[in-house]
Design a protein. Structure first.
Ligand SMILES: NCc1[nH]cc(CCC(=O)O)c1CC(=O)O
Length: 312
């Protein structure tokens, strides 16, 4: 089972390995170093897939049989020869604020520094109009948290899921409501991949670790992202939830409810956000994502054209 060597990646891979071991399987974990781990440049500069392509190559070369990724870091374009065998039960997908002195977003004084390297988080923070100073940062979760502890920054915004998996959710001072901050498509979810011709392993992974509701939600979010032709570092947020509804005859059916946001500009400098939401049958998750993307484009997310367009 291949994984990146970061604390977060090892924790995530450990969860899946444990589930397989519980089911009686024998698992060996192999660390694969990626250019994303070695470079300190901004993610927007080094490009989509920096954390995931080395792992996929190790899979193709048969150095590993399974690859575990943070789903939100995967490019939207399918990879020939590789299949998404399972999408395990998702962690809380929301973003979280870790601020000095236990402060919430609303309590941070004007001019407070908030660290994030994500154009999506930058755009949504700016749109709140709180007068915060956004500081671009990179580095692993520990490095980012330390900047607040050391007093270098007043706050940072991180995925709740990553903090929870590292046992550091206790440092969160506010979990951000998706109304203020929509997460990255597939945030909090893992992607478990294997080689397309490895049917036994695919079946095994699907039967032990796949979660149907997570898969449907993430399918809608990622279809929206793909249709916007925006890569994982673009200012696009999406959150889908599987909800119970009644059909015309009054029977309970499962539907997918999807919310999306896109900044009018590509660089996170824009304060104008475009929002839309829609609901569809669970079996129509993919189409729902594409339809919401079309609506966002109609509403003006078309300004996403530019250097980042088609970068998948
Ligand atoms: N881009 C880095 C990354 N990839 C996955 C996570 C957290 C775990 C997740 O979202 O599944 C993070 C860190 C973060 O955004 O705070």
């Amino acid at each position: 089972m291949g994984t990146r060597g970061s604390a977060l990646a090892l924790a995530q891979t450990g969860i899946i390995a444990e589930a397989l071991r519980q089911a009686g399987e024998n698992v060996e974990i192999v660390k694969v170093s990626t250019p994303g781990d070695r470079s300190h440049a901004a993610i927007a500069e080094i490009g989509v897939g920096v954390f995931t392509s080395a792992l996929r190559e190790a899979l193709q070369r048969k150095e590993v049989d399974v690859a575990i990724h943070s789903y939100k870091d995967l490019p939207t374009a399918p990879e020939p020869g590789i299949v998404l065998a399972a999408v395990p039960l998702r962690e809380d997908p929301r973003d979280a604020l870790i601020a000095r002195d236990g402060l919430t977003l609303g309590e941070l004084p004007q001019g407070s520094t908030v660290g994030t390297g994500s154009p999506r988080r930058m755009a949504q923070l700016r749109a709140l109009g709180l007068g915060l100073e956004i500081v671009p940062i990179r580095g692993n979760i520990d490095t980012r948290l330390r900047k607040v502890a050391d007093g270098e920054l007043d706050a940072v915004v991180l995925a709740r899921a990553g903090l929870a998996r590292l046992g550091r959710a206790g440092e969160i001072t506010e979990t951000l409501d998706p109304i203020q901050m929509l997460p990255a498509p597939a945030q909090g979810a893992l992607a478990v991949e294997c080689r397309v011709d490895d049917v036994d392993i695919e079946h095994l992974l699907r039967s032990i670790v796949d979660d149907e509701a997570t898969r449907a939600a993430v399918t809608a979010e990622r279809a929206m992202l793909a249709a916007l032709e925006a890569g994982c570092s673009a200012p696009v947020g999406a959150l889908a939830e599987v909800v119970e509804d009644l059909d015309a005859e009054g029977s309970v059916i499962e539907r997918v409810s999807l919310r999306g946001v896109a900044a009018a500009g590509l660089d996170g400098e824009s304060v104008e956000l475009i929002r839309a939401s829609a609901v569809a049958d669970k079996s129509d998750a993919e189409r729902l994502g594409r339809q919401l993307a079309a609506e966002l484009l109609d509403l003006g997310a078309g300004a996403l054209s530019g250097p980042g367009r088609n970068q998948r």
